[in-house]
Write a protein that binds this ligand. Structure first.
Ligand code: CP3
Length: 341
């Protein structure tokens, strides 16, 4: 029988609701902090044995139904030499941000076997070591979210520079997101060849956009990624935060499963993405900081909303990543609860 996570992605009956957590690798685990070392996360990702071990830690501790590769959305742009680092506690920072047409030349195509051999080696190790019931999820950043880092040069609250380029120079913007779609697609295809059994595209910051801007300036490049994966036999997940008003459009991008943050009840979100897709979510990560009875009640509410939708294909997850201050025991109990224990 297929793994419960894959069954749910395909909207087939599963023995239990599968559950995993975005940002389960790293963050709140003491065993992660013990082996992570200092220095940039990009250095840790480039060590396959370390990256594989960090990926496995939450699988062992929590009993989750999927593993997520320990990597980052900026790895492909870093690997082709755009000049990206990840600053501890801040996020991606770019020495020379993307400003003009000349910068397109800094975004050459990715040759995964040469540019990111360490990612593929990590995946091959994990494909050997993970149990069959726990598939590895590969991932990439979506064009909008990666573009926002390349243009802003650091995490942003308003995306002012990003939106300015989108509106003032739409042709340049379209060329940029096209390149970023190619990078994501090449990376994801190589991850699947190496042994990833599902993929997730993170468009974490897409919720900053109006539906019209999303439809005209982001959806076409994003859709190309999902179409470019259609011949591979792996479920495709599409995730963003604050996307309540975009869910109908996102459903048109072509993924099999749409990620839902905590701002829309799960049954209503499922209505918006339509009946022919699975959904993943949508417990508020901040709820996991509350006493256990509160966490349990909120988790049961999510499960009840999924049941109320009357459809197959719910994957339990948080609405965004695990917060660093989360008690690992809470996540372990949450997995037990979702599994019906
Ligand atoms: O556990 C997992 O989900 C696997 C690994 C993973 C990381 N980054 C490791 C990481 C995944 C899936 C990502 C994706 C990612 N990276 C996203 C999309 C998911 C999301 O949270 O919306 C984004 C926006 C990034 C960019 C990024 N990388 C930020 C904003 C930060 C810093 C802030 C933070 O969250 O701590 C990073 C650094 C990063 N990536 C860390 C980890 C474990 C923490 C820093 C470290 O250990 O050095």
């Amino acid at each position: 029988m297929d793994a419960p996570f894959l069954l749910a992605c395909k909207r087939q009956p599963a023995p239990h609701t599968p559950v995993w957590f975005m940002r389960q690798a790293g963050r709140s685990l003491p065993e992660y902090r013990a082996i992570r070392g200092t220095g940039s996360i990009l250095t840790a990702i480039a060590e396959p044995d370390l990256a594989a071990e960090i990926t496995l830690q939450p699988v062992r501790r929590y009993g989750v139904d999927a593993a997520i590769l320990y990597s980052d959305i900026v790895v492909p742009v870093h690997a082709i030499g755009f000049g990206v680092d990840v600053a501890p506690g801040i996020g991606p920072v770019i020495a020379e941000p993307f400003r003009s047409k000349d910068d397109l030349a800094r975004l050459r195509p990715l040759v995964p076997e040469e540019d990111t051999p360490y990612v593929l080696e990590t995946i091959r190790t994990l494909a050997r070591e993970l149990p069959d019931a726990v598939p590895l999820i590969g991932f990439a950043g979506a064009p909008f979210t990666v573009a926002s880092y390349l243009i802003e040069g650091r995490p942003s609250r308003t995306y002012a520079l990003t939106k300015s380029m989108m509106h003032a120079e739409p042709a340049l913007w379209d060329a940029l997101v096209d390149r970023l779609a190619d990078l994501a697609l090449a990376s994801l295809r190589s991850q699947v060849s190496a042994g990833a059994r599902a993929v997730q595209v993170f468009d974490s910051w897409a919720g900053a956009l109006s539906p019209v801007d999303y439809r005209d300036r982001v959806l076409p490049a994003t859709r190309r990624i999902f179409e470019g994966l259609a011949d591979l036999d792996v479920p495709r997940i599409h995730f963003g935060v604050g996307t309540g008003e975009l869910l109908g459009l996102m459903a048109g991008a072509g993924a099999d499963v749409v990620g839902i943050d905590w701002r829309v009840p799960l049954d209503e979100a499922w209505r918006r993405v339509g009946p022919d897709k699975g959904v993943q979510g949508n417990l508020d990560p901040a709820v996991c900081l509350a006493p256990w009875p509160v966490v349990a009640a909120e988790a049961k509410r999510v499960l009840a909303e999924a049941a109320a939708a009357g459809r197959l294909g719910h994957i339990f997850n948080l609405g965004h990543g695990v917060l660093p201050e989360t008690d690992p025991d809470t996540l372990a109990r949450l997995v037990e609860l979702v599994h019906g224990g």
